[in-house]
Design a protein around this ligand. Sequence first.
Ligand SMILES: *[C@@H]1O[C@H](CO)[C@@H](O)[C@H](O)[C@H]1NC(C)=O
Ligand SMILES: *[C@@H]1O[C@H](CO)[C@@H](O)[C@H](O)[C@H]1NC(C)=O
Ligand SMILES: *[C@@H]1O[C@H](CO)[C@@H](O)[C@H](O)[C@H]1NC(C)=O
Ligand SMILES: *[C@@H]1O[C@H](CO)[C@@H](O)[C@H](O)[C@H]1NC(C)=O
Ligand SMILES: *[C@@H]1O[C@H](CO)[C@@H](O)[C@H](O)[C@H]1NC(C)=O
Ligand SMILES: *[C@@H]1O[C@H](CO)[C@@H](O)[C@H](O)[C@H]1NC(C)=O
Ligand SMILES: *[C@@H]1O[C@H](CO)[C@@H](O)[C@H](O)[C@H]1NC(C)=O
Ligand SMILES: *[C@@H]1O[C@H](CO)[C@@H](O)[C@H](O)[C@H]1NC(C)=O
Ligand SMILES: *[C@@H]1O[C@H](CO)[C@@H](O)[C@H](O)[C@H]1NC(C)=O
Length: 300
Amino acid sequence: MVCIHLKMAVGIALVVLLSVISVVSSTRPKEKTVVGIIGQPVLLPCGCSKLETPNYPTKTRIYWQDSNLRVLHVFKDGHEEYVHQQTWYKNRTTINTDQLASGNLSLLLNPVNFRDNRLTCDVILIINGLTSKACQITVNVAASYQKPKLTLNSTDMTLVCSTHGGFPEYQVTWRTHNRTLEPQEAVNKTTQDPGTGTYNISSRVNVTEGQNITCSIYNTLLNETQSNAIIIEASKGENHLLKFSLVAICPLVILLIAVILCLKYPNFRKPWRKMIHCCPKPEPENTAQQPEIAELNPQQ
Ligand SMILES: *[C@@H]1O[C@H](CO)[C@@H](O)[C@H](O)[C@H]1NC(C)=O
Ligand SMILES: *[C@@H]1O[C@H](CO)[C@@H](O)[C@H](O)[C@H]1NC(C)=O
Ligand SMILES: *[C@@H]1O[C@H](CO)[C@@H](O)[C@H](O)[C@H]1NC(C)=O
Ligand SMILES: *[C@@H]1O[C@H](CO)[C@@H](O)[C@H](O)[C@H]1NC(C)=O
Ligand SMILES: *[C@@H]1O[C@H](CO)[C@@H](O)[C@H](O)[C@H]1NC(C)=O
Ligand SMILES: *[C@@H]1O[C@H](CO)[C@@H](O)[C@H](O)[C@H]1NC(C)=O
Ligand SMILES: *[C@@H]1O[C@H](CO)[C@@H](O)[C@H](O)[C@H]1NC(C)=O
Ligand SMILES: *[C@@H]1O[C@H](CO)[C@@H](O)[C@H](O)[C@H]1NC(C)=O
Ligand SMILES: *[C@@H]1O[C@H](CO)[C@@H](O)[C@H](O)[C@H]1NC(C)=O
């Protein structure tokens, strides 16, 4: 007997507990976070079964408002009402009035602006004078970064990685030969476009010839990584100069030395002439050369 009573008591307690939990969960507004892309529409989703009442729509008001109580959209007495709408949201909000009765209180915000970042929209229902919050939707704004561009300055051996059009602001990361560069190894610059609010990011590092280096930018909101890699080649300009000096200047210097020797030390002429066939013979000296050769070869 005691046992049965105990079982019943536990059973009742459980039912009471479950109903309390269900009441709590039904009154708590649905919280959601959505990601809106700059310049594109974003849906602030909200579903609510409360509107399935005989009082809809005449005894019902619906307010979509942000955390500063600025109104995004109003539905009142069966119509959309724009008198109280905040200028910032003008021409950017749409609801599906046909689906309100079935509990679809979603709001479309179009287009998303970077200033909408962290917008928290509350959907407030007023039915027969009773106020309740149906949903709370937070918008995180994002925009994709472009694939970074790598620009090498071979004069001072610096490499600049630049990308633009992204949101929110992120740091560039550099990797070279399986090592991530330290923050102090890069000089960064970030600018924000005043119109679109998107960021231009550039980061400069020192590089050496033969270095294999990768620049990446990760957008955590979009889980998107954009990267570009380069292998620093030997500086072409210096290479040409080096080749030019080896190919053209060295023989010129050798030739000059040979000429000077030929002119300054006539006694060395013969052995030099035997050694270097290219030794130039200036015209006036040619005449003086003839007898010398004849003298040395008396047999002829
Ligand atoms: C909204 O659109 C109307 C008509 O296209 C235009 O006259 C009005 O200036 C716009 N309002 C805002 C705040 O952009
Ligand atoms: C609710 O309405 C929006 C348009 O306002 C629509 O995009 C969405 O698919 C609807 N949701 C449901 C569950 O029908
Ligand atoms: C490369 O770096 C040098 C020295 O800092 C600078 O004078 C030059 O303008 C740079 N060249 C380019 C193309 O940025
Ligand atoms: C510059 O970017 C590097 C590369 O990832 C980053 O680690 C560092 O914190 C940034 N440095 C500054 C001064 O912002
Ligand atoms: C890169 O580093 C990781 C861990 O630091 C190591 O396991 C891996 O072998 C390295 N790869 C190369 C190619 O050095
Ligand atoms: C790059 O090299 C220059 C010249 O050697 C030096 O002054 C500068 O601090 C270096 N930059 C970085 C970020 O290490
Ligand atoms: C950002 O980069 C783009 C493309 O390179 C350029 O057109 C724009 O002027 C830059 N904006 C700022 C604020 O630097
Ligand atoms: C350069 O580094 C990238 C990324 O670590 C790697 O995929 C590539 O094979 C490397 N190239 C060379 C020639 O080492
Ligand atoms: C991010 O994307 C990678 C592949 O692109 C995926 O493996 C990973 O699960 C994603 N992470 C999140 C948090 O979505």
